[in-house]
Design a protein around this ligand. Structure first.
Ligand SMILES: [Mn+2]
Length: 640
């Protein structure tokens, strides 16, 4: 055979997928080897070597399989300088640039073959000592190859029981060029892996006990050891075109609740006069968290909201009780998933939950292993703010210490009475426009939401930014709730809140200091600002933090780095207002000090998610996304 199959353990549903490869293919074969290069110019390439064909011919060819930036895969045959042995039943392994063949059998040399090394930089083959063994296993630790089992005796009937160790420095001893390259590789590897080796050596204890004299030194160490780096690849989901998509949410089907009722028609309807019981959040979750139904929905009946008014009221009241008792600056431990603006784009939320797991227990869920932080802006703009809020509230009630809902600038009655949420409540809950009871109660909840979260004492999460006035975490901790946002700022406390919820970073790392935010504050009142990278560095240093995670701005890839990577914007609603065709992202902070972006792209028919009639857009013009064209070097790093 020469087919290739992929099993991606990071995307749901888990399944094997046959890889379609165009162009030249390696001839079908058996008894060959495969290895992956993780270094240098061949980084990411899967390489096969040798084996034999159907006609018995033993091969000495090498082929590399690689994914291109445009998503296609192809095979290419490795160019050779020198002629390596034909081999089958051998083992192969990569160390840095070197592809190493050990053992096996050949049509010309029998089973006594030299170790041969291919340098992916120069395409040259190098020959070393003979090592007699075939059908063996091998693995590499640092620069030592371990060879286990296989056959070595002349009669070929006694499997070897010893474990052989071959040190590459010893094997390469007579080849100074290869030896030097190995030295360079080992030195580089040491350098890049050292922060990880030190992981966990700084404790809170250490910070507290350090004397003022060595505090500076201690701060430096802390910063170095807590460096967070963004993964070099993002996970991207494409529009599904097979029926298996969303299979994982089967567990959520409402067998018991809706057994004999037409599913589509009653998708979100709870029974009338239902008694409000302790398992209310479970019921809401099972009714609303049905990704497949939302993703597949063609028609969209926006008219009536499926939950009864008293159910919504109960959810809000319970949520208020929990949120009031929790601090205004939450403390969270990694691993954490961070979501940016949702803006009533419920279908996008469902797509994230479907593709990258949802905050539930059991299959398709990951709440048992991690926390969720939402950076605010749940309502306005989009057409399904009620679904978004009711699901998030139910999850908050069910997992009060793992679901964290921060406040955004749209969680403010002065804003959400104008930008869509109030009219959604009036239309879909039949609220009295002059006395919208539920809408007002929602805003009571918003006034009590936390303004920030700190992950692992290292990462500050908030909606907008630090503006001109936020200089210490304690500034935020001092703010009292319930908190009404005052837009015409007359004192520093009001400015703090406007900065946290409304400010943006400047347009590029070249623009420092504080600038007017002319997009958000066109009349130039001056209380909504942009802050430069210098502000970010200073703030992080003073607060012993290493990163700011914020939302608030539509960015084309769904996430974007600023301040040399020390601030990341994340935006989770795709195709903002049906205008911008932007991807949506969430960020996954692993416990290994790494941040992985997970992306979704806009669906084909965005009209059903955004109220994007010309009339509405005129009334509520969307904040434009950050331009792709601006002179900004940080954006390019985020993918290359
Ligand atoms: Mn916002």
């Amino acid at each position: 055979m020469n087919d290739v199959w992929i099993f991606n353990s990071e995307t749901q549903p888990l399944q094997w997928v046959k890889l379609e490869v165009s162009g030249d293919l390696p001839p079908p074969r058996v008894y060959h080897t495969a290895a992956v290069c993780n270094y240098g110019s061949a980084n990411g390439m899967m390489v096969i070597y040798g084996g034999r064909k159907k006609d018995g011919l033993v091969l000495n060819d090498m082929w590399g399989l690689r994914k291109h930036r445009n998503g296609t895969w192809d095979w290419s045959r490795a160019p050779y300088k020198g002629i390596p042995k034909d081999r089958l039943q051998h083992s192969s392994i990569f160390c840095g640039n070197f592809f190493i063949n050990i053992g096996g059998r050949s049509s010309t040399d029998g089973d006594n073959l030299p170790i041969e090394v291919y340098d992916t930089e120069t395409s040259e083959w190098h020959t070393f000592l003979n090592f007699k063994r075939f059908r063996n296993a091998c693995f590499l630790i640092d620069t030592t190859i371990f060879i286990h089992g296989g056959l070595e005796d002349d009669k070929h009937n006694n499997p070897a029981k010893n474990l052989n160790e071959l040190n590459l420095f010893e094997i390469f001893a007579n080849n100074s060029i290869i030896l030097n390259k190995l030295n360079v590789y080992v030195a580089e590897k040491k350098k890049t892996s050292s922060p990880m080796a030190k992981e966990g050596t700084t404790t809170n204890n250490e910070k507290q006990t350090s004397s003022p004299v060595n505090e500076k030194q201690s701060t430096l160490n802390t910063t170095n050891e807590k460096v967070l780096k963004i993964a070099d690849k993002a996970v991207v989901a494409y529009k599904p075109n097979n029926q298996d998509f969303g299979q994982m949410v089967k567990i959520l089907s409402l067998e018991k609740l809706h057994e004999d009722i037409d599913k589509k028609q009653n998708m979100m309807k709870l029974y009338k006069n239902q008694t409000l019981s302790v398992d209310l959040p479970e019921k809401i979750i099972s009714v609303l968290l049905r990704p497949k139904d939302w993703i597949d929905r063609e028609d969209d009946d926006n008219s009536r909201f499926g939950l009864e008014v008293n159910v919504v009221m109960e959810l809000i009241n319970r949520c208020i009780k929990i949120v009031e008792d929790q601090p205004i600056v939450l403390r969270v431990e990694a691993p954490v998933k961070v979501f940016g603006d949702i803006h009533g784009q419920y279908q996008d939320l469902m797509r994230f939950f479907d593709l990258y797991s949802a905050p539930i227990e059991g299959p398709g869920g990951d709440i048992e292993g991690l926390d969720y932080v939402f950076l605010g802006d749940y309502v306005d703009r989009g057409t399904h703010c009620l679904e978004t809020m009711c699901l998030l509230m139910a999850l908050k009630i069910k997992y009060p210490n793992q679901m964290h809902l921060l406040r955004g600038n749209h969680e403010d009655r002065w804003i959400n009475s104008v930008f869509g949420f109030q009219s959604e409540c009036v239309q879909r809950l039949n609220e009295d426009p002059d006395n919208p009871v539920i809408f007002n109660r929602f805003n009571d909840l918003f006034d009590r939401m936390p303004l920030a979260a700190i992950i692992n004492d290292t990462v500050l999460c908030l909606h907008g930014g630090i503006g001109s006035s936020v200089s210490n975490i304690s500034d935020i901790e001092k703010i009292k709730r319930p908190l009404e946002v005052i837009h015409e700022v007359t004192n520093i406390d009001q400015q703090l809140v406007v900065d946290i919820l409304w400010s943006d970073p400047t347009d590029s790392d070249m623009e420092t200091g504080i600038q007017l935010n002319s997009t958000r504050d066109p009349t130039g009142v001056g209380n909504i600002v942009k802050f430069g990278p210098d502000r970010v560095f200073e703030f992080l240093k003073n607060n012993h933090l290493s990163l700011i995670l914020r939302a608030h701005e539509c960015v084309m890839d769904g996430f974007e780095r600023f301040a040399g990577g020390q601030l990341i914007t994340v935006f989770s609603a795709t195709d903002y207002c049906g205008k911008h065709k932007n991807a949506g992202a969430i960020l996954f902070l692993t416990n290994k000090h790494e941040i992985k972006p997970y992306l979704i792209y806009p669906v084909d028919s965005p009209g059903r998610n955004w109220d994007n009639s010309e009339e509405v857009l005129k009334l509520r013009p969307p904040t434009p996304p950050k331009s792709r064209d601006r002179k900004d070097f940080t954006r390019r790093d985020s993918f290359n």
